[in-house]
Design a protein around this ligand. Structure first.
Ligand code: PMM
Length: 277
């Protein structure tokens, strides 16, 4: 899944593809590189971000979705809003990627249920301006069992709204109300999320926990490595996942540099003796 952020302020690529033409061109580039899905978003969810009003979000994503879907792309819309999801599906999207798992706007589940779209429910606890206040996992089993239980509840809410299991995908929500250690713990124990019996999407690309891992040991302030210098670490994670390090298969990875990740997947496939390699 290749990321197309039509936003002025995403942490990873904010402003680069903020207008329709540049976003469409970027989407076409990711398709040419081999992306199976383009994930188009008009709201930045970086920690501390403030929300665009719905009209602004619609203006950002709908023209880009129309252009890329008519170009033949499988399009996912990255939104928490039911009205944006509905407009995106009408414009040709076939996947709704809701980072709030239906918590921000429960009507989004009815929109998905009334379509034939796939629904990605990500683990989430609060909007980005205050989500890190909720990065507390004190219960038995820590972050892994909490995320598992909360995702299971979101899957149940989607089922209750009428979304069948064959249209559901779960995502542990790396970096959303999570500290670096929580993300690593979740990656190591993805099998507990896999136990829920639904496909898993993982979004680690360029996130701060990778920046922290790569901080210059000589820097007294231990500043995270800048966002444009984290790609290799993300590729390493994709390799780990493809090789089964999370003790479960994953359905997809959400990434910014599609070619780098696909190159890595080809190495894994060749190593494992895939006939296509
Ligand atoms: N991360 C971001 C945005 N949307 N969607 C899913 N399903 N999973 C994620 O981990 C995820 C997401 C934030 O990253 P960005 O600012 O690079 O888009």
């Amino acid at each position: 899944m290749g990321v197309v952020n039509v936003t002025p302020d995403s942490f990873s690529d904010g402003g680069l593809y903020a207008d329709t033409d540049r976003a469409v061109a970027h989407g076409r580039e990711l398709l040419a590189e081999g992306a199976d899905i383009l994930d188009i978003g008009g709201e930045s969810t970086r920690p501390g971000a403030t929300r665009p009003v719905p009209a602004e979000e619609l203006d950002r994503v709908v023209p880009v979705i129309e252009a890329l879907a008519s170009h033949g792309a499988t399009v996912s819309v990255d939104t928490m809003r039911s009205e944006v999801a509905a407009a995106a599906l009408a414009a040709g999207a076939s996947i709704v990627n809701d980072v709030s798992g239906g918590l921000a706007d429960p009507a989004i589940l009815d929109v998905v249920a009334g379509s034939d779209a796939t629904y990605v429910a990500m683990h989430w606890r609060a909007h980005s301006d205050r989500m890190q206040d909720f990065a507390v996992y004190d219960g038995p089993g820590g972050v892994v069992e909490a995320v598992r239980a909360e995702l299971a509840a979101r899957a149940d809410a989607a089922r209750t709204a009428g979304v069948p299991d064959d249209r559901l995908v779960l995502d542990p929500g790396l970096g959303f109300a999570k500290l670096a250690g929580h993300n690593w713990e979740l990656l190591r124990h993805l099998d507990r999320i896999g136990d829920l019996g639904l496909p898993i999407l993982v979004g680690a690309s360029r996130k701060t926990f990778l920046g922290r891992l790569l901080a210059d040991p000589a820097d007294p302030d231990a500043r995270p490595r800048p966002v444009d210098q984290r790609e290799a670490a993300g590729v390493a994670l994709t390799v780990m996942l493809a090789a089964g390090a999370g003790r479960t298969g994953v359905w997809g990875v959400r990434v910014h540099d599609v070619r780098a990740h696909l190159d890595a997947l080809r190495v894994v496939a060749a190593w494992q003796g895939d006939a296509r390699a």
